[in-house]
Design a protein around this ligand. Structure first.
Ligand code: SAH
Length: 364
């Protein structure tokens, strides 16, 4: 058992079973032993690989996307370019480099990175040292400076802790983390039913609630409605709210048991985009999508960008570019194009954002 595992078992021994939300929050963000707190989890050596780590094209296209939003809202100076959960800082670094083609946009940028992990903030600092734009850090969005903003969140919402409720023969019960007879962490159910969940369901159905995500989407929707701008969310998840247990733990690119060695594996859950959209809309913002990541990137010109890069590259590099293009946009198994979705929350005055034109008129 990890050090954090021992700590969580002691906590449960004293206080009784804890919610999955609290368990995930401890496993990911415990100040000393939390998964994100003291490591670099990305890439071949790490536990998982994200789109910006696959290819520079991803961040570049998003940088140009941000420049188009900036132009559409009248080119405010400063523009707060806010990234939630920036990982290694790779996306932002690629975005700022691509933004060189729009010098006025680049000059207006005031970058703010929202990051809880000191270890990752240090890596972001090194990555962005020479990026040529002022960069500041905040632990939460409410500490970011006010004003018109473009926000970016890639694989952020899936890292927020969720609650799970399980439908029994008669009622819903919250899934809790407790101890078995041998003192090991195990899943169980709350003694009391959760009466606030309504609607038809079958025994065994699992409902996931991302309360932190809801709060954040409401905050973002309200901010963009008041101060202008747009927020881009890219993540894996489903377009319609449904039932299912999507909690997963990844370690060294393999699925592992989420209750074994907390703090040593990445814990995530699929994003319920419809639920997130409801909160942003309730706060007065428009929502576009979600659409498949593959369609979004193609609409932004990924294929042309890949061709341009390949034409200047050696054969081996050209093969890498082609592999990255396929991984980011392909819709088959092991590819990200359909598994991942893109969704935009925006001020209602904003025209249809780039990448979503195929949905024109379908702001929901
Ligand atoms: N966007 C990056 C990293 C995704 S991993 C990429 O695509 O490569 C999730 C990121 O969110 C990490 O940087 C993690 O430290 C950060 N994070 C997780 N929970 C957070 C929270 N509640 N507040 C701020 N950052 C958080």
């Amino acid at each position: 058992m990890s050090a954090l595992g021992d700590e969580i078992r002691a906590l449960i021994g004293q206080e009784g079973p804890i919610s999955l939300e609290r368990y995930m929050a401890l496993a990911l963000a415990h100040p000393t032993h939390g998964y994100y707190m003291n490591r670099d989890p990305f890439g071949a050596e790490g536990d998982f690989t994200t789109a910006p780590e696959i290819s520079q094209m991803f961040g570049e296209l998003i940088g140009l996307w941000a420049a188009e939003i900036w132009a559409a809202i009248g080119g405010p100076d400063p523009l707060r370019l806010i990234e939630l959960g920036p990982g290694r800082g790779t996306l932002m670094s690629d975005a700022l480099r691509a933004a060189r083609v729009a010098p006025e946009f680049r000059a207006a940028l005031d970058v703010c990175l929202i990051e809880t992990s000191p270890a990752l903030a240090a890596i972001q600092h090194d990555t962005l040292l020479t990026a040529g734009a002022p960069v500041a850090w905040a632990a939460q969005l409410e500490d970011a400076p006010d004003g018109p903003a473009v926000m970016i969140a890639n694989e952020f919402l899936d890292a927020l802790p969720i609650r799970q409720y399980v439908r029994g023969p008669r009622d819903w019960r919250e899934r809790l983390v407790g101890l078995d007879g041998a003192g090991r962490l195990t899943f169980g159910l709350a003694a009391e039913p959760e009466r606030s969940i309504k609607g038809p369901a079958e025994e065994g159905d699992v409902l996931e609630i991302n309360a932190l995500g809801h709060r954040l989407m409401f905050e973002i929707g309200a901010r963009l409605a008041r101060q202008g701008g747009a927020a881009l969310f890219i993540d894996y998840g489903h377009t319609a709210t449904g039932f299912g247990d999507t909690l997963q733990a990844l370690r060294a690119h393999r699925m592992v048991d989420p209750l074994v060695d907390p703090g040593e594996a990445d814990l995530t859950a699929h994003v319920d985009f419809a639920a997130m959209a409801r909160s942003a809309r309730a706060a007065g913002a428009a929502v576009y999508g979600p659409i498949d990541q593959g369609d979004f990137l193609k609409a932004l010109g990924l294929e042309q960008r890949a061709q341009a890069l390949s034409s200047r590259a050696a054969a081996a590099q050209a093969a890498d570019i082609e592999a990255a293009r396929l991984r980011l946009t392909g819709k088959g198994p092991g590819q990200m194009g359909a598994l991942f979705k893109a969704m935009v929350v925006a001020n209602r005055q904003l025209p249809v954002p780039p990448g979503f034109q195929a949905l024109a008129g379908a702001a929901i």
